[in-house]
Design a binder for this molecule. Sequence first.
Ligand code: ADP
Length: 241
Amino acid sequence: MLQVLAMTDNAPSVPYYKATGKELEVFEKVMSNKLPLLLKGPTGTGKSRFVEYVAHQAGLKLLTVSCHEETSSTDLIGRYIIKGSETVWIDGPLTTAVKKGYILYLDEVAEARPDVVVAIHSLTDHRRELYIDKLGETIKAHNDFMLIASFNPGYQKGFKELKPSTRQRFVALSFNYPDPKVETEILMNETGVDEDTAKKLVNIGNKIRNLKELGLTETASTRLLVDAAKLICSGLPKAGC
Ligand code: ADP
């Protein structure tokens, strides 16, 4: 069953997203060509925030599925449920997005069961259609439908890989930790922390990221630095900073 399924009904406020490269230009072309998009990069580097931002800018609803090892094609496509004395079909988030023209964001797609990749196959090429085996139906994707997936290509231990044949079906955008100036700006914008503290946090973050020889399973992501800045802003003493 799905653990987390978020539906973002375009909120009036624009999500804050600071571009770190040419990703917004690339997105525009990917969307106008109706191609699927794969966001690669370590956790906490702004992939989800990017998706929230572009969905808002495009005026499209966003459905987010956080994939985990139990996520199956049934979870995404839909299932029959028993309601009183009847059996009724309930569309899953993929079917809903395909029919209604939403953006579907499959976060950490490589974590899902292999049948998820099979299910999205015909949506990632010129056909742009979804086969619902339990209904024996094939549905054409709405003109606005867009598939975005993210994965973490072996930067961190414990994350699964995505087969090259699957990767090839997507336009890929790489995300990484922003350069110090941009990351300082993100911290200040996200938390209201002063520039001096933001710079120090970014400096500590970069030192930790460079400690490659320690083989840390997790490093200091932008998310972690944002959280640290929030704690400092709410009065926690900044020991060592
Ligand atoms: P990911 O999806 O890559 O794991 P998120 O998008 O959840 O990462 O980013 C984690 C947090 O880091 C965000 O909530 C935001 O506070 C901050 N962040 C990272 N990159 C950016 C960016 N480019 N612009 C704005 N905020 C960012």
